[in-house]
Design a binder for this molecule. Structure first.
Ligand SMILES: Nc1ncnc2c1ncn2[C@@H]1O[C@H](COP(=O)(O)OP(=O)(O)OP(=O)(O)O)[C@@H](O)[C@H]1O
Ligand code: SF4
Ligand SMILES: [Mg+2]
Length: 338
């Protein structure tokens, strides 16, 4: 497929995913798990976008849409400028290779009856990465070393004989072999040992800097997001309520939701988790027919009349920093900036 520099490798354009929710009576009710979200991942230059949000905010649903596993209800996912569900067989194959997932549970993706390095053998075989058994073996060892694993500790072992952190890094070794353009990492470190989390993050940063691999890093852990740097998007009930450079969002959060989350954490500290410390639990998720209001209105200390009548657009607080909040209605709306 033709590569054009300005076209993102992977783009979600205004995607919405609605799910039916069980209700008493005959009326069918829906929630928007993801509500008009747009994001782009490029390879030149590679970037890391962190998506942060509480449980149920729609992080996994967005990632599944970007992987082509779940079709959006509205909006589209584009791979190199072409809508993913219209890709030809060859283009789909390229998309599958270039957009790779890392899932939350490091054990769930391995077959317990096979040795763990089989995932590397299969990648080498399926994508024809070597022409001899010796070459395959040295490729495998090189990939393991690239993610800080000793080949002797891993090769020939079964998943249950390794730690969660080692299993996650074997998945990264597979990425090293495949050299995808994009990694979609859905809470990849939440189930691994604190001691190896930084190692994992360093590998993602290395991939970005050395191999131009971009990542969507999904988390609800502010400290790790801060460590990675780059862009951050704050998701609340399926909507992106604030986005911009992570340092800006932490030092000058614009949206009342982000502000409330941050007040509980005076400084980024790896031992503190955003979700639990902020103690913000929103149970009144709006139904789709109530979409014409701010999703944060029930908790917002600054709520105004307009907030219950209209959905706030993204206002530009400063260059590259946006908040979907009427407190900034004197600022330009995204897309209308001069
Ligand atoms: N297949 C489905 N059918 C119905 N509702 C769903 C389905 N998948 C997700 N949802 C709902 O969509 C919302 C978003 O779910 P999602 O799993 O994307 O959230 P999340 O941000 O990944 O949460 P977590 O941090 O717990 O992983 C939730 O309210 C969830 O119950
Ligand atoms: S739009 Fe209104 S209710 Fe929503 S966060 Fe801003 S001030 Fe609060
Ligand atoms: Mg999830």
């Amino acid at each position: 497929m033709k590569t054009t520099q300005n076209i993102p490798v992977l783009e979600a354009r205004n995607v919405t995913k609605e799910f039916h929710i069980p209700t008493p009576g005959f009326q069918r009710e829906y929630i928007a798990a993801v509500d008009q979200v747009s994001l782009s991942l490029h390879d030149k230059p590679a970037n890391i976008v962190t998506l942060i949000g509480e449980s149920g905010s729609g992080k996994t649903t967005l990632s599944r849409m970007m992987l082509g596993l779940t079709p959006p209800t509205r909006g589209k996912i584009f791979y190199r400028g072409k809508e993913v569900f219209t890709l030809t067989k060859e283009e789909w194959w390229e998309y599958r290779r270039n957009v790779q997932p890392v899932f939350q549970d490091p054990f769930s993706i391995y077959n317990p009856f096979y040795r763990i390095d089989r995932v590397l053998d299969l990648a080498i075989k399926n994508f024809k990465l070597s022409s001899s058994a010796d070459e395959a073996q040295s490729l495998k060892e090189e990939a393991l070393r690239a993610v800080d694993l000793r080949p002797d500790d891993v090769i020939g072992r079964y998943p249950h004989q390794l730690s969660g952190g080692q299993c996650q890094r074997v998945m990264l070794a597979r990425m090293y072999l495949l050299r995808p353009k994009i990694i979609l990492a859905d809470e990849p470190i939440s189930m691994i040992d604190v001691a190896v989390r930084m190692l994992f993050l360093n590998v993602l940063a290395d991939f970005r800097d050395k191999y131009h691999i971009s990542s969507l890093f999904i988390t609800h852990d502010l400290a790790t997001a801060y460590y990675l740097g780059g862009e951050m998007m704050v998701l609340c009930f399926g909507r992106v309520v604030e986005s911009g450079k992570i340092e800006t969002l932490i030092e000058q959060p614009g949206h009342p939701y982000t502000q409330q989350l941050l007040t509980a954490i005076p400084s980024p500290d790896p031992t503190q988790r955003w979700e639990t410390k902020a103690n913000v639990k929103i149970t009144d998720r709006p139904l789709t027919h109530e979409a014409n209001k701010c999703v944060y209105i029930e908790r917002c200390p600054h709520a105004m009349d307009i907030c219950s009548r209209q959905r706030p657009p993204d206002y530009q607080i400063e260059d590259g920093h946006y908040a979907a909040c009427f407190l900034y209605q004197d600022r330009p709306v995204r897309g209308s900036e001069i």
